[in-house]
Design a protein around this ligand. Structure first.
Ligand SMILES: [Zn+2]
Length: 118
């Protein structure tokens, strides 16, 4: 099965106003991580799931004291960066979904072109 635009899933943990990512219980060598090391603010550290059912199963086993969110990793067709935030719509064709950073950049460029043309 292939997902268009969606590559994989990660577990997000709501931490104050930020989102942290669930790294997993063990590191790459299989050593058990301390609870505070099981979460990271960087998406690159996040444990990835290509099956949402497996993710949900693992989610069930996590401490209920935290608030979790299932995040979809998407790849921006413009800058090729991975992101989990809500995508922005490209101004170029009004249908391509791009990352929020590129969305802001396109809006800035559109504004600059508009003011330069005056
Ligand atoms: Zn982008």
């Amino acid at each position: 099965m292939s997902y268009i635009g969606i590559l994989e899933y990660v577990i997000g943990v709501i931490h104050d106003k930020d989102i942290w990512y669930y790294v997993g219980e063990t590191d790459s060598e299989g050593k058990k991580l301390k609870p505070k090391d099981q979460y990271s603010s960087f998406l690159v550290d996040a444990k990835r799931y290509d099956d949402e059912d497996i993710l949900r199963e693992e989610l069930e086993s996590l401490p209920k004291t935290l608030t979790y969110k299932i995040l979809e990793i998407q790849r921006c067709p413009k800058c090729k960066k991975e992101f989990t935030e809500h995508p922005a719509l490209s101004r170029e064709d009004n249908e391509t979904e791009i990352c929020p950073e590129c969305g802001v950049r396109e809006a800035m460029e559109a504004y600059c072109n508009y003011t330069n043309a005056k």
